[in-house]
Design a protein around this ligand. Structure first.
Ligand code: MN
Length: 485
């Protein structure tokens, strides 16, 4: 079932397109040699170009062009071998040039595809409209002085990729999945670090609604600069409900830019939406069109890493994992690499289970990344070996794992130190069984009279007698043999 907002007059569906501004990973800015390092003092990384000094000429950074092409290839998109930089004219205090150098009708990357991994294991394709390169603006700081606004131009001129989706998104959840997948792809490619909290990936959502069954596109509102996946999903939901209320009460929606207030859980007007013609776009006369050949694209293509979709397909076919498990593992490259190291030469499904259920559980609880995991892939692999060769039972393995988390020690050492080796020696288990049977003749009689449910009780007693170290399978088998003798 789709996502439907019930009204009195209609059932409504959601139509969403997302625009993501992703900061390009590059040492220098898009048109100047100034550094892009995060955290420098205010205005420490500003060239004359970034400060909009008259007479300065921008010089295109080839690294940013490569990153855009690489991102385009990761989105299975059309790469335009000729693209044009244009001036988008507007005034703002943190935009000293008086215009942003962007791309307009001839972007560097055209239509592509992004595949969503739905929670039920299915997939859904969302169209990519375009990806273009543009400059970031500086930062206005309003809270350092009661009457003044400070300007920090360190960010001015940093390269951004604006990635625009088609209006194919139909639920807030799909918007969340889209952002996570896009972030995952860009991180695999090394073209953007995807950190929404630090602002290196920012999302604007274009939201409208329409009666279910209709194919029209109604007036949309743009919700600007939402800084987390969760807030994007919430903002879309609130905005869609507002549209439904307006339409149902006979009103109309004006095209405008809105802000999401996550404390109040509502969007509010920021400014009436500009239309493209308001910006007076024209090709930047300081810059030649960007042109490259097939060889340039092929070289970048040859360097592409295995991307999440391909990795997921390989994990399901080569390891027999479910689509869901494979999707979880490939989300971050570091997790996928960790899993592959654990699974190498071992039961891959068991390995996936330990990584997803046990390890990820601990990482989530401790709030740490897989790179800082208290348990190394090598040690988790060894733990699985100890289960496979019957040194410890699955139940004991959980205990050993907890100790590994706390101490960082290798599983073999823990099992040795604490005497946790499982008893598979039938002689020792036999002795324990005989003792339990001798002391509980009544239960033995019950079993032999046909009340076979007492088996569970017997297993429990024998486990207790061996401090939980008897191999449960061996134990049940021997018990059965003796009780039925
Ligand atoms: Mn933009």
């Amino acid at each position: 079932m789709g996502y439907i907002i019930k009204g009195e007059k209609h059932d409504w569906e959601l139509v969403v397109g997302l625009e993501v501004h992703a900061q390009v990973i590059s040492k220098a800015k898009l048109f100047s040699g100034a550094s892009t390092d995060f955290g420098a003092g205010p205005n420490a990384q500003v060239s004359f170009i970034d400060a909009g000094m008259p007479g300065m000429l921008p010089v295109l950074n080839e690294q940013c062009v490569e990153q855009a092409v690489k991102s385009g290839l990761g989105l299975k998109a059309k790469i335009n071998k000729r693209s044009v930089f244009a001036r988008k004219n507007y005034f703002y205090a943190d935009l000293p040039q008086g215009y942003q150098i962007s791309q307009y009708d001839q972007p560097i990357v055209g239509e592509g595809i992004l595949v969503l991994d739905m929670p039920d294991g299915s997939t859904r394709e969302i169209g990519i409209e375009r990806l273009h390169l543009e400059q970031d603006a500086g930062k206005s700081i309003h809270d350092l002085h009661p009457q003044k606004t400070y300007i920090d131009l360190n960010r001015s001129g940093v390269g951004l990729m604006e990635i625009v989706s088609k209006p194919d998104i139909r639920t807030p959840e799909e918007a969340g999945l889209y952002l996570k997948k896009l972030r995952s792809i860009l991180r695999y490619l090394g073209t953007c670090d995807g950190n929404m909290e630090e602002g290196s990936m920012r999302c604007d959502a274009n939201v409208s609604v329409r009666p279910v069954g209709s194919t029209e596109l109604r007036t949309r509102c743009e919700i600007k600069n939402v800084n987390s996946v969760r807030f994007v999903m919430q903002a879309i939901e609130h905005e869609a409900r507002r549209h439904v209320e307006v339409y149902e009460s006979g009103g109309t929606i004006d095209q405008e830019t809105r802000l999401y207030d996550s404390n109040k859980g509502e969007t509010r007007t920021m400014r009436s939406k500009e239309f493209a013609h308001d910006y007076r776009y024209f090709p930047d006369p300081d810059l030649l069109p960007v042109e490259f050949d097939d060889a340039f694209v092929q070289r970048i293509k040859a360097e592409l890493p295995e991307l999440p979709d391909d990795k997921k397909a390989r994990f399901t076919s080569a390891f027999g994992l479910t689509a869901y498990d494979a999707g979880v593992l490939v989300d971050e490259k570091a997790s996928a690499d960790y899993f592959e190291e654990v699974a190498k030469g071992r039961d891959a499904k068991l390995a996936a289970n330990w990584v997803i259920s046990n390890l990820f559980g601990v990482l989530n609880k401790q709030g740490v990344n897989i790179g800082d995991s208290p348990v190394s892939a090598k040690n988790l692999g060894r733990l699985i070996d100890l289960i496979a060769d019957d040194t410890i039972s699955g139940r004991m393995a959980k205990e050993v794992f907890e100790i590994m988390v706390d101490t960082g020690k290798a599983p073999d050492a823990i099992v040795e130190e604490r005497g946790m080796k499982q008893i598979t020696d039938t002689g020792a288990i036999d002795a324990a069984i005989e003792k339990v049977m001798a002391e509980n003749a009544d239960k033995v009689a019950q079993y032999r009279a046909g009340k076979t449910q007492v088996m569970g009780w017997f297993v429990g007693q024998v486990m207790k007698a061996t401090q939980g170290k008897a191999n449960p399978a061996v134990c049940s088998e021997l018990l059965k043999k003796k009780l039925e003798a």
